[in-house]
Structures are given as C-alpha cells and as structure tokens.
Design a protein around this ligand. Structure first.
Ligand SMILES: *[C@@H]1O[C@H](CO)[C@@H](O)[C@H](O)[C@H]1NC(C)=O
Ligand SMILES: *[C@@H]1O[C@H](CO)[C@@H](O)[C@H](O)[C@H]1NC(C)=O
Ligand SMILES: *[C@@H]1O[C@H](CO)[C@@H](O)[C@H](O)[C@H]1NC(C)=O
Ligand SMILES: *[C@@H]1O[C@H](CO)[C@@H](O)[C@H](O)[C@H]1NC(C)=O
Length: 348
C-alpha cells in the first residue's frame, strides 16, 4: 500500500508547489497589471463550477475530488489538471470532456465507472493528456480510443479480463502501466509496441504464462500473484535494461524454468518466493537481491551463483532468502563465503 499512497501524496503536492511558486511571482504580475496569468485567473473564477475549487494562484487546476459527485462537471477549456477522484461518478459520456482539450492530468480514480458507461469518444480529443488515473473503478476493459500521448496509465483494481493490441497500439511515450489487481488472463502481443515502457505492474491477475514480446525498455516487471507455471527459454535476454523482476506467488517449478532463464546480467532484484521450486535457479553474478523463501528447495547449490571463483569473479548477492524451504544452516557449504562474499546473512 505504501507506493500508491506516496504517489497520491505527490500528485496532490505538485500543483501546490506550483502555486507557491506562482505566489512568489505575484508581485511581478501585479506590477504589470493585466497579464496572462491574471486573465487566466479571472477566467478560472468565472467558469469554475460551484462544486469545484479552481485556485486563483494556479488557474489551470480544478479540484473536484471527494465531493460525492455522480457526474463529471463542466470543464473549462483552459484546465490542464483535473482532480475528480474519490467521487461516485458512474459515466463519462462522449460530450463530458469535449471542451477539455488542454488536459494534461486526468484523475478519475476511486469512482464507479463501468466500461459500458464510457463513451467510445470520451477521451478522443484529449491530445495533450499525459496521465490518466482510472484505478479502483468497475471497468471490464481498457476504454477505447485513449489518447496516444499518454505517459502514465493507471487502471489497476478494476475487472479487466483482456488487453488487446488496439487498446495500447501507438502509445509511444507510455512509460508506466499499472494493470495490477484485475482479472487479466491474456494480453496477447499488446505490450510489444510500447517502446518507452519502463514500468509494468501486472501482478494479481490470472496470467498462466509470461506475456509474449515484452517491451525492450522495461526496467521493472512485476508479475507476482498470478498462475504462471513455466517460462519461455530466453524471455529476459532481450530486456537489457531490466533491473527488477518480481514473480512471487506463482506456480513455477524446476521443469518450468529453463536453465539460464534468470542468468541475465543487469538484474538487481529477483523475487521468486512462494513458488514450487526445488532447486536454486542459476543467476548472474551481478544480481544483488534474491528472494526464494517458501519454495521446496532441498539443496544449497553454490554453482547456481558461481561457476568458479577468483579475485574478480564472485557473486554480488547481498540478500539471499531461503527460509521456508527444506534447508538448514548445515546445508550451506563452508566454502560458500568465497563466492557469496557480500551476503552478510543467508536466511534459511
Ligand atoms: C462546451 O462549450 C460549449 C461552448 O462554450 C458549451 O455550450 C457547452 O455546454 C460546453 N460543454 C460542456 C460539457 O462543458
Ligand atoms: C462497482 O463494484 C462494486 C463492488 O463490486 C459494487 O458494489 C458497485 O455496485 C459497482 N458499481 C457499479 C456502478 O457497477
Ligand atoms: C511523444 O513525445 C514526443 C516528445 O514530447 C512528441 O513529439 C510525440 O508527439 C509524442 N508521441 C505521441 C504518440 O504523442
Ligand atoms: C551465466 O551465464 C554466463 C554466460 O552467459 C556463464 O558464464 C555463467 O556460468 C552462467 N552462470 C551460471 C551460474 O550458470
């Protein structure tokens, strides 16, 4: 829960710091008399719906969050940051945002949106939109015709069962995609074209296999709490930027994990806890954190970490968790410290 809370706080704070910044420049505006900012502030005051707040010091933002709204209020065309979260909004008809063509952030999380109640053209005109938050609604599919300009799409905690190529195709700047806590069984090749995607969270879904053709810029791949049994031979080799892989709480077995599937350099953290592994998979000497607790590992194989050791060839592992397996301290060979030089404590 910590990460979403921090992100939420950040998104609430950012406009505030902007408004403080423009406060400090207020003397400049006042001296000039009529200027762009005060004209905008006047426009904001006259067009702001009563139920919302449009701070004069930050006239491009409109705060309508947590007010029990059942529908999207009318949005003036100069608004860039729109906060509609924590309401009871059930629909976004095609006309609702038709005038809101300057939107850069649209926060619609924690509402009652269903896929049937979102117009096919509801988001179509938002050509400057960079962040769309739709998490914690009742969506069963990704809305049609999302702006291709998106950099961040959060649509986690819905009831989405499938992601198609058309949903995400052409989103060349999308760098963060939150799909976790849905009912997704299949993403087909929909992720392949996301050439800027760095962060994918598709944990807590119904995947039985790793998505085909993962995007090459990925830094973080979170797939825990699915039903993945096996992995393609070289599913990580093309992902040279990948640093964090989390696959805890799946159904991985030794036969499902090809010999060098996780032996890729660049990985910093690998979480394979709560699976059904009986052996420690081979990993690169550059890996720093390895989580293997709650598997069925019976043997401590030092060769999984080092094929040989010398002055420069040793494992960089700092964290190694093996508790909740069928191992005890005596199973760790005495010469393991030559290979695992940086692992101060090995949990068994
Ligand atoms: C959009 O702007 C037009 C013209 O100003 C106005 O008549 C209409 O009510 C606006 N629609 C919404 C949903 O705000
Ligand atoms: C959304 O889902 C919740 C929980 O499943 C349910 O209580 C609520 O009635 C749903 N709302 C709509 C508009 O379907
Ligand atoms: C991605 O960002 C670049 C640079 O800001 C911009 O020129 C381009 O139009 C954007 N791509 C899309 C699909 O919006
Ligand atoms: C990992 O792969 C490298 C070469 O790609 C190889 O030299 C090394 O022995 C492998 N590590 C393990 C533990 O099998």
């Amino acid at each position: 829960m910590a990460a979403p809370v921090v992100a939420f706080l950040l998104s609430a704070l950012l406009p505030l710091s902007c408004s403080q910044w423009s406060d400090q420049l207020a003397w400049l505006y006042n001296r000039q008399g009529t200027d762009h900012a005060s004209a905008l502030a006047d426009a904001a005051a006259s067009t702001c719906p009563d139920v919302c707040d449009c701070p004069p010091t930050f006239p491009v933002a409109m705060y309508c969050d947590g007010r029990g709204l059942a529908a999207v209020p009318s949005v003036p065309s100069h608004i860039k940051y729109l906060y509609l979260q924590n309401n009871a909004i059930t629909a976004v008809p095609d006309s609702a945002l038709a005038n809101a063509t300057s939107l850069v952030w649209l926060m619609l999380h924690h509402n009652q949106l269903t896929s049937e109640a979102i117009g096919a053209k509801a988001f179509l005109k938002l050509e400057a939109l960079e962040r769309l938050y739709l998490q914690h609604n009742n969506l069963t599919s990704v809305p049609a015709n999302l702006p291709r300009s998106l950099k961040e799409l959060r649509i986690n905690h819905n009831k989405i069962e499938k992601v198609t190529v058309a949903d995400l195709e052409g989103m060349d700047n999308l760098s963060l995609l939150y799909l976790h806590d849905n009912a997704i069984a299949d993403v087909g090749t929909s992720l392949k074209t996301l050439k800027s995607l760095m962060m994918l969270d598709i944990s807590s879904n119904k995947l039985t296999k790793v998505p085909d053709s993962l995007p090459e810029q990925l830094h973080q791949l979170y797939m825990e709490h699915n039903s993945i049994r096996s992995l393609p031979e070289s599913f990580l080799t093309a992902l040279t930027h990948l640093q964090y892989v989390r696959m805890a709480h799946n159904q991985l077995t030794d036969t499902g994990v090809p010999a060098n599937a996780f032996n890729v350099s660049g990985l910093v953290e690998l979480d394979l806890s709560f699976n059904r592994l009986e052996r420690i998979p081979s990993v690169s000497t550059s890996l720093q954190h390895l989580y293997l607790q709650a598997n069925q590992i019976k043997e401590f194989t030092l060769g999984s970490f080092c094929t040989f050791t010398d002055v420069s060839s040793f494992s960089r592992l700092q964290t190694l968790r093996l508790d909740g397996n069928e191992l005890s301290q005596e199973d760790i060979p005495s010469d393991s410290s030559l290979c695992l030089r940086l692992a101060s404590a090995i949990d068994v």
